[in-house]
Structure formats: C-alpha cells, structure tokens
Design a protein around this ligand. Structure first.
Ligand code: PLP
Length: 382
C-alpha cells in the first residue's frame, strides 16, 4: 500500500501519537476543567501542554493565544468571520482552498465585504506585488495560503506580513499545507492570524486544528456556550482561549497532537522538509520528459511536496481509480476544493491527479508510483 494523499491528512501517524491517543483514552480522558477532579485537572494540564508546544513551534509569545478548533476550515471561518466588519475590503488569491474562498464569498454575497481575488501566474505562483496593488483605503484583511494544496506553490508570507504591518492591515495565513513542513515564525513573518489543521503535517488525529491570534487582535466568537470558566456568568467570557472555545473539545486528539509536535521536533522540521523535497524532486525528474504526462506547477524549489499531473487523454479520476484499484496507490483526483487554483493553471475542466508526499513515504514507493503511471499509459495505448 502506498499512501500519497498526505495533503488531505497524513497517514500513517507516528507510533508515539497513537500511543498517546490510547494512553489518554485508557487512563485520563475526562472532560477537562480547572476546578474539576484530579482526572479533569490532569486532562486540562495535558491540553495546556499541547498549547505550549504549538506556541513554541510557531514562535508565538503566549500559549493562551492558541485557540483549539476541529480543523483548518473551522479556524479559517473563525478568523475571517471574527474580524471583518461591514464595508471592509478583503484581498485573497486564486490559490486558496474553498475553506477560504467560500466564507469570503458568502460575506460578499451578504453585502458585508468587498472582495478582490489576485490570480497567480500559469504555474500557480503569486506575485505579491499584485496583492499590494489591490489595497484600498478600507482594506482590512489579506488572506493567503502559505502553500497551495493543488500545485504545492509556496507564497512569500514574510513579504506580505511586512507589508501588512506597515499598512496596518490584518494578515491571515492558511497554513494547512505548510505547518510541520515549512518554517513558521509568526513574529518574524508578522502574521496576525494563523489557521492550521492538527491532522496534516503536525501528525495529530483528525478533528484537531488551531488558530493563532496575535496579542491585542480581537476575534469575535462564532458560537457561545460553556467554557468551564466564569460559570456563574451568562455572558461569554472575553479572554482567550475561553471566548473562542465553547463546548467540549477533542481533548484526546489535542493531547495526541502534542505528541505529533514532539515527533517533528525530534526528527527536525528541516529533515522532514528535505526528505519530502527529495521525494518530490525524484518524482518530477523521472516524469518531466514523459510526453504522455502533463505536470503542473513551477516544478522547482518554489513548490513543496505536492505534485499534480494528468495522463494525456485520460480522465484524472479514472487514473486515480486505477492507481488505487490495480496498484494500491492512494492519490486524490478532481479539483481538490480549489476551483480557482485549477482555473489559474487551466485544469478547470480536467481536474488533476494529486500526489502529496509525506515523511513516511520512501524513494522506493515513489519509484512504484512512476512505474504504475508508465503502466497505465502503456495499457491506455493498447
Ligand atoms: C490549503 C488548505 N486550506 C484549508 C484546508 C481545509 O483543511 P481541513 O480539512 O483541516 O478543514 C485544506 C485541506 O486540505 C487545505 O489544503
């Protein structure tokens, strides 16, 4: 079995993550609470420890500014809807996932915001100056991904962050594909809001995610409810993280997410990135001269370990289906919840087959992917 769908969620997870899931589930998976019993307090402590690990991992200053969510979509909705006001102007890019585009489009349809979408070039590369050119007097927010989930293209978030700081515009980064692979330093990069999943390259379980909020930035809650704090008050608390974390969290998942962060720190994020890049480069190198394959993206260092392609004359979902059925190779076909990214690169009708490599993939597996594609081409010609 070859799993190259790590862009959707990483699989497998490190053993230490599974061990932590099991240990927590067996021994202390009580509902956390500051004023609770011993087990609740143990859970509370462990959940806080993951907050500290995440805070350090992105070089934030205060663990209480890390808000737990259930996935990146949750974090993006919270950040976007929690900061925009009526008549604001927002800028985003064509490389975004629908979890950015749909909330923004909804706000636009409701007449709350004006929206500008900056298109990448035909390789999926964003010229950040084009973003800066769109700024108006009422621009309050810029939202970009750090790495495209379709073509792996990397966005210069540091440059955008510096610009936003100078112009006093909020900068929200979608780190769904980058956290755990690319370096993220929210202070150095001037990132105001960072939305991330726990279940992708941070190796946490599904149902985990987070939002970092810079000090003094007010994000309004999308929901109100019990927080296990200030319980005699019927008003929603105003402090982070309580104000944005109503209801029972995925506590067991969060505790295991902490083990995911530990795993990355032990292996070293640079080693993870280098390994994934090696796999990506090997894949590209061996397919780039194949006349029956169209590879998308810049295919150089501006691209992370996500490679989309099409086999000429074949539907992307058919290729992905054959890879799964006949070769036990798991890719993702279609449009990857990113319609404008496909439009940018000209695959809005065809879609593409996405290979997203992860730390646990090997060169031998990539070799098998290449051979399987060659076999599929050969069969298709008969
Ligand atoms: C760039 C990007 N943003 C957002 C998301 C949404 O993430 P989640 O599934 O955690 O909600 C994804 C998921 O693949 C993604 O690739």
């Amino acid at each position: 079995m070859i799993y190259v769908d790590n862009g959707a969620t990483t699989f497998p997870k490190p053993k230490s993550v599974i061990d932590k899931l099991v240990d927590c589930s067996l021994h202390y998976a009580a509902n956390p609470g500051r004023s609770g019993h011993k087990l609740a307090m143990k859970m509370d402590r462990e959940i806080y420890e993951t907050r500290e690990k995440l805070c350090k991992f992105i070089n934030a200053t205060n663990p209480l500014n890390i808000i737990y969510t259930f996935n990146a979509t949750d974090s993006l909705n919270l950040a976007i809807k929690g900061v925009v006001k009526k008549n604001d102007h927002v800028i985003t890019t064509s490389m975004e996932h629908n979890s950015v585009l749909r909330p923004l489009n909804e706000l636009k349809k409701l007449g709350i915001i004006d929206l500008s979408i900056v298109y990448a070039d035909k390789y999926g590369v964003i010229d950040v100056n084009k973003i800066f050119d769109e700024v108006r007097e009422n621009t309050s927010l810029i939202v970009t991904t750090q790495m495209s989930n379709v073509f792996g293209t990397i966005v210069d978030v540091e440059k955008i962050g510096a610009f936003c700081k100078e112009k006093n515009i909020l900068y929200l980064v979608d780190a769904a594909q980058s956290i755990g692979v690319l370096d993220i330093d929210v202070q150095k990069m001037n990132i105001d809001l960072l939305a991330f999943p726990g279940h992708k390259a941070l190796f946490g379980p599904m149902g985990t995610g987070g939002l970092y909020i810079k000090d003094k930035i007010k994000v309004n809650p999308l929901k109100q409810g019990g927080t296990g704090s200030f319980s005699q008050d019927i008003n929603q608390p105003s402090i982070y993280p309580d104000s944005l974390e109503s209801g029972t969290s995925n506590g067991v998942g969060i505790v295991a997410l902490g083990a995911g962060v530990d795993f990355i720190n032990e292996v070293g994020i640079k080693n993870i990135r280098e390994h994934e890049n090696e796999l990506k480069n090997y894949f590209i190198e061996n397919l780039k001269d194949n006349k029956d394959i169209i590879l998308y993206g810049p295919l150089d260092e501006r691209q992370g370990a996500v490679v989309s392609l099409n086999v000429k004359g074949m539907d992307s979902s058919k290729v992905s289906f054959i890879l799964s059925e006949d070769f036990d190779i798991y890719t993702r076909a279609g449009f990857h919840c990113a319609p404008l990214a496909h439009k940018t690169i000209g695959t809005q009708r065809l879609g593409a087959v996405r290979f997203s490599f992860g730390y646990f993939n090997t060169i031998e597996q990539v070799d098998k992917c290449i051979k399987a594609l060659e076999k599929i081409i050969e069969r298709n010609k008969k």
